[in-house]
Structures are given as structure tokens and as C-alpha cells.
Design a protein around this ligand. Structure first.
Ligand SMILES: Cc1cc2nc3c(=O)[nH]c(=O)nc-3n(C[C@H](O)[C@H](O)[C@H](O)COP(=O)(O)OP(=O)(O)OC[C@H]3O[C@@H](n4cnc5c(N)ncnc54)[C@H](O)[C@@H]3O)c2cc1C
Length: 437
């Protein structure tokens, strides 16, 4: 989001500084080293329908390099690994009766046809799914999947959650592809980010890493929304600079703690946004474990949200040194103690789980294993979420709070993040800039 805002403001003729607290840019899309391989810390794929991201990649001269791969989906259910990659396999899905299968399929179709999510925001996801899929399909499929993805937070999540996921799936289909195709840029996000940051620097942006923003305050606290007072940004270690405007793109609860001059109502709204966090292991293997990109899990004893076999998409020979890459994510709410579980404990739980799930899996197959975690990944779409959002144009002149929590018509992904940045900049932030100069 921060890089997208920088790109937009440069195109509008502004002088831009990007301040990133980490040693590298990229946030959740940043990479790390696993064995001899550098790849994303969290799994990322691009869909054919990700048009805003693909436009950016065209600008960066990388779009034509995207490798598009047809993917398969698996289900781990009742101790068995099943393929669920097409309609026929879906219609044979053993845990469900024929009526339950039809109701499940009908529910997904219905969610794909609904155009406005606002009606769905008013109901819990459980109520909506029980209504359309029936109790049988809900208990056997939806509930374990919701628990795997959201933990107990599924109880306060609205039906807009299912709507957003279904829309992304169907958008990919509507883009003309008959099969589900996922893509990646050779070199992964590390290469995209390198190219993008270089381009932003060439365009004149000042790109600062290791610059955590600690506090933002008006230089003249008496300035009003129509005057153009400057903002002081404190980067810690006695580094303070002043700017005309600040667009803050970090997680909402953190923004609340950075600017004392926000109103109590603004701070309360920012703090009220609950996030899903994730603990996600990356595992480099000598041999693959399955043919599926995603294996969804309905057996509740498995302590993972899913198994993501990235090397069913990413070319093992050219990108991964002939090895295989598997991610083992577990999502949980931002206050969950599991986010602090020591790496060694998470590793042991992952490996012993895989030994039970896959008869052929052996620890000797593992070349490297690392655990990444993030507290603030995706804002939880609670009941009537869209009515509770904090303002983007805040009461502090020149201070804007724009992050992925404002995504309403999709689930969290890079394309939605870029699109949101583009739209909110044009509709809200830029008009306010202009009104103040
Ligand atoms: C497990 C997982 C799987 C995903 N899979 C996909 C996928 O397949 N496809 C897809 O398109 N998207 C995927 N995503 C989503 C994608 O990563 C996000 O949409 C995107 O990274 C959001 O970017 P952002 O800028 O909003 O937030 P972030 O990436 O969180 O960026 C926030 C930045 O702010 C910095 N920061 C925080 N505090 C401060 C401070 N005080 N001062 C300065 N800087 C600060 C952080 O270091 C970070 O760089 C996935 C995400 C996860 C976690």
C-alpha cells in the first residue's frame, strides 16, 4: 500500500518520502532465505483477474514473465487426502450426502451471484451458511473450514467473508479461463519489490528503510482543516522531520497509538478493528508431499489452516534449486497467545502432524524450516463492518489513515490493496490535499 501511494503521488507531481520500519520494503510480501533459495515469507499467487496488479507488473516490465499454472485443490477429510479440483470430484465428495452436496454447491453459486455485500454484512457467516447449505453440510464442511481459517472468531464474522472469497474465485473464472490458473513472477515478490523500489527511486522518491514512525503530530497544534500546517514525524533516535502531508498505511490499532491529536472517536474506531494474524512455516523439502496447491482441512485435530504446496506452481528446477516448497499456515486473532508460540514448538507440531497426515512424509526430507509470524494481516469482517470504519481523511489536517482494513468488496490480496490505494487516493485523499493548498 505504501509503495502504491508513493507511485500515485509521484505521478501527481509530489515530492515523496517512504518510511519503512523494517530493513527491506515489502511487508507481508517480503522474502527471506530458505536453504539456498530466496522466496516469499508468506505464500503469494496472482490470479488472471488481478488486473491492477498485472498493470503494475506491465509497468515494471515483468508481466510478460508471469508463469501461469493450472492448479489442483485437495481436501483432507476423515483421515484421507481427496482431490476436489473439478465439479465431478466435488459431486463425489464422500463426507456429504447428494442433497448436502447440492446445497453446498448451490450456496457457493448464490454467493457468486450476489452483487452488493451489504445485505450479507448484517448476518453472521454461520447463520447465512446454515440457512442455505443446511445443518449437515455446515457441520461437515463449512464449520471445520471456518474454524481452521478464523478460530473462534468465526462466531463474530459476517457472511460478507464468504461473499468476498467466492467473488475472488468466480472473478478468476469470469476472466475467461476455463481452468483455475495461478501465476507467479520468476524470482517471486523479492524481484517485483526490487524492481519497483528501484523505479520509485529513479522517479525521485526518497526510500527510507529502518525508519520506524514513532509519532506524528501537527507542528502547529492550532492548525485547522482548512489551513496547511505541517506535520512532524518522529522516527526515533532523535530523527524528526516535517512534512506537508502523511499517508499512514500501517494496521489501524497501531495508527491509533501514533497520533495523540486524533479525536477519541477516531482512536476508538481504529482500535476497534480486529485483525487476523498468522503463524506460517516455510519448509524446503527434497521431495514433494502432494499434487495439490492448497489442501483444505476438515479434520479438527489438525492444528493447521491448510497445507500450501507452493512448488506445485513455482518451478522447482528453475526457482527452488530442484527442491520443493511447502507453507504451513495457522491463522488466529491478533490477541491469540499462539502468535507467541516458540518456533521450535510450532515446528514440532507441524512435523508430527504431517507424519500423521501423509504416510510417506519423513523429517529426513526437510532441508530447511523457518517460522514467520504477523500479528496484523487481515481485518476481520465483523457484523456491519462497513459502517464502523474510521475515516481516511482524519481530523488532523494533512494526516490520512489508509490501509487494507478499508477493503470491503474483496478479501485481502495484493490486487485489492493496490486497487483500494488507487481509488481512495483519487476519491478522498487527493481532493483533500488540493482543498488545503
Ligand atoms: C499468509 C499470507 C498469504 C497471502 N497470500 C496472498 C496471495 O496468494 N495473493 C495475494 O495477492 N496476496 C496474498 N496475501 C496478502 C498480501 O500479502 C497483502 O495484501 C499485502 O501485503 C498488504 O500490504 P499492506 O501494505 O497493506 O500491508 P503490509 O504488507 O503489512 O505492510 C505494512 C508495512 O508497514 C511497515 N510498518 C509497520 N509499522 C511501521 C512503523 N511504525 N513505521 C514504519 N513502517 C511500519 C511494515 O514493516 C510493513 O512493511 C497474503 C498474505 C499472507 C499473510
Amino acid at each position: 500500500m505504501g509503495l502504491q501511494i508513493a507511485r500515485d503521488l509521484i505521478a501527481r507531481g509530489q515530492d515523496v518520502t517512504v518510511a519503512e520500519s523494517a530493513p527491506t520494503f515489502g511487508g507481508l510480501t517480503s522474502a527471506w532465505q530458505l536453504g539456498d533459495t530466496v522466496w516469499d515469507r508468506f505464500y503469494h499467487v496472482t490470479l488472471l483477474s488481478d488486473s491492477v496488479l498485472r498493470d503494475l507488473l506491465t509497468e515494471l516490465n515483468l508481466e510478460q514473465e508471469i508463469e501461469w499454472v493450472e492448479t489442483k485443490t485437495g481436501f483432507y477429510s476423515d483421515g484421507k487426502l481427496l482431490s476436489m479440483s473439478n465439479t465431478m470430484e466435488f459431486l463425489r465428495f464422500p463426507p456429504l450426502s447428494m442433497i448436502e452436496r447440492l446445497r453446498l454447491g448451490g450456496t457457493i453459486f448464490l454467493a457468486s451471484k450476489i452483487r452488493d455485500f451489504r445485505g450479507m454484512e448484517k448476518l453472521t457467516v454461520e447463520k447465512w451458511l446454515r440457512r442455505w447449505s443446511g445443518n449437515g453440510a455446515f457441520e461437515k464442511v463449512w464449520l471445520p473450514l471456518l474454524k481452521a481459517k478464523l478460530g473462534d472468531a468465526y462466531k463474530e464474522t459476517s457472511a460478507a467473508f464468504i461473499w468476498a472469497h467466492t467473488q475472488r474465485m468466480y472473478k478468476a473464472r469470469r476472466s475467461g479461463a476455463k481452468k483455475e490458473m495461478f501465476g507467479y513472477v520468476p524470482g517471486g515478490y523479492a524481484r517485483i519489490l526490487d524492481t519497483w523500489v528501484t523505479k520509485l527511486k529513479e522517479a525521485g522518491a526518497r526510500m527510507l528503510t529502518d525508519h520506524p514512525v514513532i509519532k506524528i503530530s501537527p507542528q502547529d497544534p492550532a492548525s485547522t482543516s482548512t489551513s496547511s500546517g505541517r506535520l512532524l514525524v518522529d522516527f526515533g533516535s532523535d530523527r524528526v522531520e516535517s512534512f506537508d502531508n502523511v499517508v499512514n498505511t500501517i494496521a489501524s490499532p497501531l495508527i491509533a497509538g501514533q497520533c495523540d491529536e486524533l479525536t477519541d472517536d477516531e482512536k476508538a474506531k481504529l482500535r476497534a478493528i480486529k485483525y487476523l494474524g498468522v503463524v506460517c512455516a516455510s519448509m524446503l523439502l527434497r521431495k514433494p508431499i502432494s499434487p495439490y496447491y492448497v489442501t483444505n482441512i476438515t479434520d479438527t485435530w489438525v492444528p493447521l489452516t491448510a497445507v500450501i504446496e507452493m512448488s506445485t506452481i513455482v518451478n522447482s528446477e528453475t526457482q527452488l534449486g530442484g527442491n520443493h516448497l511447502v507453507y504451513l499456515p495457522k491463522y488466529m486473532t491478533d490477541d491469540h497467545e499462539g502468535l507467541r508460540e516458540p518456533d521450535e514448538d510450532y515446528k514440532e507440531r507441524c512435523l508430527s502432524t504431517l507424519e500423521k497426515m501423509y504416510g510417506h512424509f519423513s523429517r529426513d526430507n526437510v532441508l530447511d524450516f523457518k517460522v514467520a509470524r504477523a500479528k496484523y494481516v487481515a481485518a476481520l469482517s465483523t457484523l456491519n463492518y462497513s459502517t464502523k470504519l474510521p475515516p481516511i481523511v482524519t481530523s488532523v489536517p494533512g494526516f490520512y489513515a489508509l490501509n487494507s482494513a478499508h477493503i470491503l468488496e474483496g478479501n485481502l490480496n495484493v490486487n485489492e490493496t493496490l486497487l483500494l490505494g488507487q481509488n481512495k487516493m483519487a476519491d478522498e485523499v487527493w481532493p483533500d490535499f488540493l482543498a488545503r493548498v
